[in-house]
Design a protein around this ligand. Structure first.
Ligand SMILES: C[S@@+](CC[C@H](N)C(=O)[O-])C[C@H]1O[C@@H](n2cnc3c(N)ncnc32)[C@H](O)[C@@H]1O
Length: 264
């Protein structure tokens, strides 16, 4: 039998199951840390004061909530992840197939953040259909590649949102920094990035397995954003404590945003 764990006891992504991840983090409630990062993403997009032309959600996993949030602020959204299993899971919802996952409590939370605390079912359905229309491409991509979606997507997107992906690729901080550079190379000059990571986490739990964390800190995130050509004055990095999540391997969430230098 092949041991799919690394010597450090971490699971390899070949053993990842989209449904396990969905069940662990997204099937019951909108967890408090998730409420905080969604509200943060919405605030950054709202403050931009313009509708983004092309948006990318990188490392979406089997989730839709970040795309549902972005769909009111972008004309077109592409989604990418390394694992086809995740994209198949997301596609079921996008096609409104019968075996879809339910994201309506997230949609309700998003609408509440936007000032509609009592959104009814019809309003929720409208936002979800808007998302289904807005999402165009679903791509398999590896953040460790230079040009993770091909050379033609270099400097292409006006908005990149990436939640808990780039720090989850490997426990090696150098790999994380390279992934940040690769993914943010797809941001257009003047474009906006929103990145969430597990704070100072070396392994996080999905089902019974532990997957890697790069142990990202506030300083490391700020330095990396500078390395990725983000304008210093635009960089915001915050830690949201979530001690109840220590059972999952982390007790804080790091959320960051920045704007890339505009073209000279
Ligand atoms: C913790 S999940 C985050 C999923 C989702 N964005 C969320 O916020 O819940 C980490 C994701 O990173 C993806 N991933 C792992 N290695 C990757 C790589 N080398 N390139 C791109 N994505 C990768 C996994 O497939 C998984 O979907």
């Amino acid at each position: 039998m092949v041991d799919s764990r690394s010597p450090g006891g971490l699971a390899d992504y070949s053993t990842w199951r989209a449904r396990d991840y969905f069940e662990t983090y997204y099937s019951e409630v909108v967890l408090p840390d998730e409420q905080a990062v969604l509200a943060y993403q919405i605030e950054v997009m709202r403050r931009a004061g313009t509708r983004f032309g092309r948006a990318l959600e990188y490392g979406c996993g089997p989730t839709l909530h970040r795309a549902i949030a972005a769909s009111a602020y972008a004309f077109r959204i592409d989604m990418a992840d390394w694992l086809a299993d995740n994209l198949v899971f997301a596609r079921e919802w996008l096609r409104a197939d019968p075996v879809e996952s339910d994201w309506s409590r997230f949609t309700r939370f998003i609408l509440a953040c936007e000032g509609l605390p009592e959104a009814d079912r019809a309003r929720v359905i409208r936002r979800e259909s808007q998302t289904r229309k807005c999402v165009r491409g679903l791509y398999v991509s590896d953040a460790r590649w230079h040009d993770p979606l091909g050379e033609e997507r270099r400097g292409y997107y006006d908005l990149i949102v990436s939640g808990f992906c780039l720090d989850a690729v490997s426990s090696d901080r150098g790999v994380w920094r390279a992934c940040m550079q690769n993914v943010l190379s797809m941001l257009a000059p003047g474009g906006t990035a929103v990145i969430h990571a597990l704070h100072d986490c070396t392994a996080y739990k999905v089902g019974e397995k532990m997957f890697p964390g790069a142990g990202v800190t506030v300083d490391a995130m700020a330095e990396s954003l500078l390395e990725c050509d983000m304008a210093r004055a635009s960089i915001d990095v915050q830690v949201i404590p979530c001690p109840a999540n220590s059972v999952y391997g982390y007790s804080g969430i790091l959320t960051a945003s920045a704007r890339k230098h505009a073209a000279p």
